[in-house]
Design a protein around this ligand. Structure first.
Ligand SMILES: Cc1cc2nc3c(=O)[nH]c(=O)nc-3n(C[C@H](O)[C@H](O)[C@H](O)COP(=O)(O)O)c2cc1C
Ligand code: SF4
Ligand code: SF4
Length: 257
């Protein structure tokens, strides 16, 4: 079994580790970078292949859509698990649409509420209190059990599909614009943590200060993992930051480098 994951603050890494235990875990940004020169679709053959990713703007993140476009999956069991904060109305219909457009047939889908790391909408202090770690672990284990048993689950209401065309352009535009919404304060120590966790490898240190490039996956790993709390996002609810308690910044560095 191979589980591909995308994460900014570790929620999806926690889920991927539990679900993918005993199999191979692969970071989607690193995988795509390794294959960036491949012009043919990349063949992935395994008994089970899974995706674990966060919800962005009620939809799947553009990098996950890109992954589904670039690969050919030779498997009898394709599963997907999305983490989300508070809302995921059109997520499932968007996932099914992107999968179908790229010739993939999903066997199992589930989603899981976890702390919402989107700073302009959520105060991280409140998000950290919203969930009990034990209950979350039980919910993750329930999904892991479904996947171990190779259960099928893609039925049910697919969501308000008609809204989707309005959402993805929004997501892409928002992300293209992300770095303009970031600002630095004077507490930056030049430690390069933001450079090393960036899922787009888009940050450079110039004179010990981060400079953001134009490419951005919108993951907020840079802001949440800065040890000095020196990066801010326009409209953020509070200066509090979030990292999934089962994950370390070093795990994100090795996942994304
Ligand atoms: C750019 C962005 C957009 C988001 N949009 C949504 C959303 O539409 N609905 C939602 O429930 N959560 C949303 N979230 C929250 C994440 O889906 C959630 O916190 C997820 O568990 C983060 O996973 P990670 O820790 O693996 O990065 C968003 C987060 C970011 C950074
Ligand atoms: S992680 Fe924070 S302190 Fe370190 S270089 Fe980046 S902005 Fe500066
Ligand atoms: S610049 Fe920040 S938000 Fe954008 S991809 Fe890199 S780590 Fe994620």
């Amino acid at each position: 079994m191979r589980t591909f994951y995308f994460t900014g603050t570790g929620n999806c890494l926690q889920v991927a580790r539990s679900i993918g235990a005993g199999g191979k875990l692969v970071s989607i940004p690193s995988f795509l970078r390794e294959h960036d020169k491949d012009t043919e679709r990349i063949i992935i053959a395994d008994d089970a292949v899974g995706l674990v990713f966060p919800t962005y703007w009620l939809a799947i993140p553009p990098i996950v859509a890109e992954f589904l476009k670039r690969v050919r999956l030779e498997t009898d069991y394709l599963f997907a698990v999305a983490t989300r904060g508070n809302a995921s109305l059109t997520l499932k219909s968007h996932l099914l649409q992107v999968a179908r457009e790229n010739g993939h047939s999903l066997s199992y889908f589930n989603k899981l509420s976890m702390p919402d790391n989107y700073l302009p909408l959520c105060d991280m202090a409140r998000e950290k209190q919203r969930f009990s770690e034990d209950i979350l672990a039980q919910r993750i284990e329930k999904i892991a059990g479904d996947i171990r048993a190779r259960r099928h689950n893609v039925s049910g209401i697919a969501g308000l599909t008609f809204l989707r065309p309005f959402l993805m352009p929004t997501a892409s535009r928002e992300m293209a614009d992300f770095s303009h919404r970031f600002s630095m304060d004077s507490t930056c120590t030049g430690c390069a943590t933001c450079v090393r966790v960036c899922t787009a490898q888009s940050i450079r240190l110039i004179d010990d200060s981060p400079v953001f490039g134009n490419v951005c996956n919108g993951c907020l790993a840079c802001i949440h993992n800065c040890p000095a709390g020196a990066i801010h996002m326009q409209g953020e609810k509070s200066p509090e930051r979030y990292l999934n308690p089962t994950v370390k910044t070093a795990d994100l560095m090795s996942a994304n480098s």
